[in-house]
Design a protein around this ligand. Structure first.
Ligand code: 2PG
Ligand code: MG
Length: 428
């Protein structure tokens, strides 16, 4: 039966911030169907694929009618008749049709939703779950999750400067146990906030609203929550997404909460102090995206014991990952499909990182839907790690729950990446 693409349909749906986003259905000649959804970031790298928004006064300018028209018009014309089994060819066609470095003509929201829909349609035609379609006969591991406990930065009205205070259940024996451990820490952190009279709801990704007097106070409370939940620091570690481009650049870092300004060297001293005092295993975007020298210096200082992730710094771009490997700028990459704009470009960035034995973290955006595709990508590509936000709000829980179902389907052989996921070690 033919796996040629017969129909491409775009529609407007709504994300977890109540903003419009692009959903695409792809129908194949054999009746196979796939659906892709574009997420949306708030802290964005300047070199990532851009979402095409309508602008103007309506919907705060976030309308997606131009992006939908691009899918229903030129994109559909371009890919109808192509084989959904050849993802690379479809994605190459999207890249060529767009013709810009940041997908600004068609919109990264239009291209990623289409690309994911084609991928899902191919898996549906093969009659297997997406993760299995991606893995083929290869063994896979359940990823080590990174779960946000306190939100911050652009996701919490800049109440604190650091964007994500996360935990990594490195000592769990399974993904299921990792979720139980996470639930205990999330609850303990909520109770500590409550007792301090500072529980004020949750931030954009479901982490507790960060009502702290300093950025470091959040680290203290997170460490206390891990202790209160009864875990050792080699069982439950801390991960930070500093998202430093949001409060720094051109070699200057200004913490709004503490009202202090640092040059790169002083800022790295602050971060290294935190790494020394708290059980931090991973730090994302410690410096701004324009601070390649700061990235390199931080990795040289702590990279032997801490995962240093490039997010805004690498924007899921294979060439930037290649350069960062050569320059030893970091040792792990965040993989956000909508930063690249197609599945194949995301995969290419992942493969460059994998071949260098780098850590690989498949990640959601702060604006999400019930879509669970990234869970399948993380498992099917054996990325080793998965970051989807906190342990609340259904656009987050849908993803953790999907991972649990897949672990159940894999059965007793399901291996959990745990600590090894951090280093992206090959399967033993
Ligand atoms: C990040 C993401 C997810 P955003 O910076 O890693 O936390 O945020 O989607 O806003 O870029
Ligand atoms: Mg980030």
């Amino acid at each position: 039966m033919s796996t040629l693409i017969q129909q491409v349909i775009a529609r407007r749906i709504w994300d977890s911030r109540g903003r419009p986003t692009v959903e695409v259905d792809v129908v194949l000649r054999n009746g196979g169907r796939g659906r892709g959804v574009a997420p949306a970031g708030a802290s964005r790298g300047s070199r990532e694929a851009v979402d095409l928004r309508d602008g103007g006064g309506a919907l705060g300018g976030f309308g997606v009618s131009l992006a939908l028209a691009n899918v229903n018009g030129p994109i559909a014309q371009c890919i109808v008749g192509m084989d959904a089994m050849d993802q690379q060819a479809v994605d190459d066609a999207l890249v060529a049709l767009d013709g810009t470095p940041t997908k600004s003509a068609l919109g990264g929201n239009a291209t990623i939703a289409t690309s994911l829909a084609v991928l899902h349609a191919a898996a549906a035609s093969a009659g297997v779950p997406l993760w299995r379609h991606l893995a083929g006969d290869r063994a896979v591991r359940m990823p080590l999750p990174e779960i946000q406990i306190f939100g911050g930065g652009a996701h919490a009205g800049r109440r604190v400067d650091i964007q994500d205070f996360l935990v990594m259940p490195v000592g769990a024996a399974s993904f299921d146990e990792a979720m139980v451990m996470t639930a205990e820490v999330y609850r303990a952190a909520g109770e500590l906030m409550d007792r301090a009279g500072r529980r004020c709801g949750v931030a954009d990704e479901g982490g507790w609203w960060p009502d702290f007097k300093s950025n470091e106070e959040a680290l203290e409370m997170l460490t206390r929550a891990i202790d209160a939940a009864g875990f050792r620091h080699d069982q439950m570690a801390i991960s930070l997404d500093v998202a430093a481009s949001e409060f720094g650049g051109k070699g200057r870092y200004t913490l709004g909460l503490e009202q202090r300004s640092y040059d790169t060297g002083e800022w790295l001293d602050v971060l290294q102090g935190w790494v020394a005092r708290y059980p931090i295993l991973s730090v994302e975007d410690p410096v701004a995206e324009d601070d390649a020298e700061g990235m390199r210096a931080f990795t040289a200082a702590v990279g032997d014991r801490v995962q240093v992730i490039g997010d805004d710094f690498l924007v899921t771009d294979a060439q930037l990952v290649r350069e960062a490997i050569a320059n030893k700028s970091c040792n792990a990459v965040l993989l956000k499909p909508n930063q690249a704009g197609t599945v194949s470009e995301t995969r290419a960035a992942m493969e460059v990182a994998r071949d260098a034995q780098w850590g690989r973290v498949v990640s959601a955006r702060s604006g999400e839907t019930e879509d669970v595709a990234i869970v399948h990508l993380a498992i099917g590509w054996d990325a080793g790690q998965l970051k989807v936000g906190s342990f609340a709000r259904s656009e987050r829980m849908a993803k953790w729950n999907e991972a649990l179902r897949i672990e159940g389907d894999i059965g007793v052989q399901a291996a959990y990446a745990g600590y090894a996921g951090r280093k992206a070690l090959p399967i033993a």
